[in-house]
Design a protein around this ligand. Structure first.
Ligand code: CS2
Length: 498
């Protein structure tokens, strides 16, 4: 098959192989600046927006993708060479692949190379929304203090070099300042990250930074910037070399970085866009008054479910989430965790059928075509556990309820952090707190509570005797018997007797 590089010039050649943008991309103006152009954004917001741009009356909502970090140079270069185009490959439930070339990213900027271009773009009159996928750790929240972490050297750098920032907080502050100076309207900053109250969190963290960096900007920000909360959902594994080759071989589309994802997608947003928004509801986005219960449900069931499968699966020697989810004992462990520990603490979900949601999650996790990497799921667990798993534990502790499964997973994580699985294979621990995790994991061999001493993750959990008891028992049992044998027993409720 003849292959062609994916770019504007060759786009029409792919019409038979994939759905392609039917709108005139050169007519589309940038109305959204998106920071963090990884797979999640490209499988989600950029996809929804591409769908909307097919309505020919919509020309104001193109996306400018911003690569914020040094190592984002690769995605920036790829998108630049491909004129912002990429292929979204949906791995359907029957194993077939649906391919769609997405055209909604109409500009790209690489922040480290040209910080002022990013600030100016964010401050330009046509931009009405700044959206973010900067990962859970990107919000600079300290679990122990509950506050913004001013000790972060990058934040120190931004305070000292306001015109050449490195963090999102430095960029947003300068952009808002410029908007104010230019007498422009405000805009919406919308987080698309997996964080409870992601809009509230963004506001709180940004406010802390601005109070220190540009205190006189605070009242303007309060009056002119909105921060809707949102729940964003689509499982998007890391693109593998096999995905890239398969796309070229089956379609001739030579795309250096396609995105692969599951068919399921969901985006629920609070309708609080101070300077207007795209009519995303026309392409399936739900707008609600209060998204908090939906976020809780997703974070504590789906994302926590991922962490459960990831950490247990990694220790058991699995590589992908479906392998772990299709092990009957792990599957039952996860079901029991969701039923006994998470479901009781979720508040009123406005008519959502929780059991059906849980069942759909187990089906999504078990999808053998997705091949979501356990390494991806376990990466940055130090930022994920406080959001995905520990709120359940804390809520259960308050009502003297169940947390044995969660305690078991935390113990498994302590053992995982030693960096070797139960078959003796090295584990790829990728985490901003890797060295602390390792140090505490080693100390935990003699005294398992050492791991819980990482306050920035666990807060005061080590002071809860009942959690510590459950965790320590699990730690010793996993070390002695291995995960599989323990979960057989935990499922039979006789964990303490083996
Ligand atoms: C995952 C998420 O990062 C993780 O640990 O749980 O990336 C998850 O796949 C998405 O939130 C799905 O919407």
């Amino acid at each position: 098959m003849t292959t062609y590089k994916l770019n504007n010039l060759n786009l029409s050649k792919f019409e038979e192989q994939a759905a392609i943008p039917k709108y005139n991309r050169s007519n589309i103006k940038t109305g959204i600046v998106h920071v963090g152009i990884g797979g999640f954004h490209r499988a989600h917001e950029a996809f929804y927006t591409d769908q909307l741009l097919h309505d020919e009356t919509v020309t104001d909502w193109g996306i400018c993708g911003v690569a914020l970090l040094d190592f984002d140079i690769k995605i920036y270069n790829t998108l630049k060479e491909q004129n912002g185009l990429y292929t979204l490959v949906v791995k359907e439930l029957d194993g077939s692949l649906s391919k769609r070339i997405i055209g909604s990213i109409v500009e790209c900027l690489y922040a480290p190379e040209n910080p002022s271009a990013v600030i100016e773009k964010m401050a330009s009159p046509e931009v009405k929304i700044i959206t973010l996928t900067i990962t859970e750790g990107g919000y600079n929240y300290n679990e122990a203090t509950g506050e913004f972490d001013f000790d972060n050297p990058l934040i120190q750098h931004d305070l000292e070099n306001p015109k050449a920032p490195k963090t999102i907080f430095g960029y947003l502050t300068q952009a808002l300042k410029l908007r104010k100076e230019n007498g422009l309207k405000g805009l919406t900053v919308q987080s698309c990250d997996n964080i409870q109250g992601n809009g509230d969190m963004t506001k709180k963290m940004l406010l802390s930074y601005i109070e220190k960096a540009e205190p006189e900007l605070v009242p303007w920000m309060e009056a002119n910037v909105s921060f809707p909360n949102a729940m964003v959902d689509r499982i998007t594994p890391a693109t593998s070399q096999a995905d890239i080759l398969n796309l070229i071989e089956t379609t001739g589309i030579d795309d250096a970085w396609p995105v692969v994802c599951e068919p399921f997608k969901q985006w629920i947003i609070e309708d609080d866009f101070i300077s207007g928004r795209p009519a995303w509801e026309k392409v399936g986005v739900q707008f609600v008054e209060d998204v908090v219960p939906f976020e809780k449900m997703k974070l504590q069931l789906l994302n926590a479910g991922h962490s459960v499968l990831g950490i247990l699966g990694a220790l058991m020697g699995y590589d992908t989430i479906d392998e772990a989810a299709n092990n009957n004992d792990v599957n039952r462990f996860l079901r029991d965790y969701m039923r006994q520990e998470v479901a009781p603490i979720l508040s009123d979900l406005n008519g959502v059928d929780l059991e059906a949601y849980e069942a759909s999650l187990l089906e999504r996790f078990g999808n053998i075509y997705i091949k979501d990497q356990i390494d991806r799921i376990c990466s940055e667990s130090s930022a994920k556990f406080p959001i995905f798993v520990l709120p359940t534990v804390n809520a259960q502790l308050k009502q003297e309820g169940h947390f044995e499964h969660a305690a078991f997973v935390v113990a498994a994580w302590a053992i995982y952090s030693l960096g070797v699985d139960e078959t003796g294979k090295a584990l790829l621990v990728k985490d901003a707190m890797k060295s602390t995790l390792k140090e505490k994991a080693i100390a935990s061999k003699n005294n398992p509570v050492a791991f819980l001493e990482i306050e920035a993750i666990f807060g005061a959990l080590k002071d809860s005797q009942s959690f510590v008891d459950s965790y320590v028992t699990a730690y010793h049992n996993i070390t002695k018997y291995g995960v599989e044998k323990c979960i057989l027993n935990i499922n039979g409720n006789i964990l303490n007797h083996i």
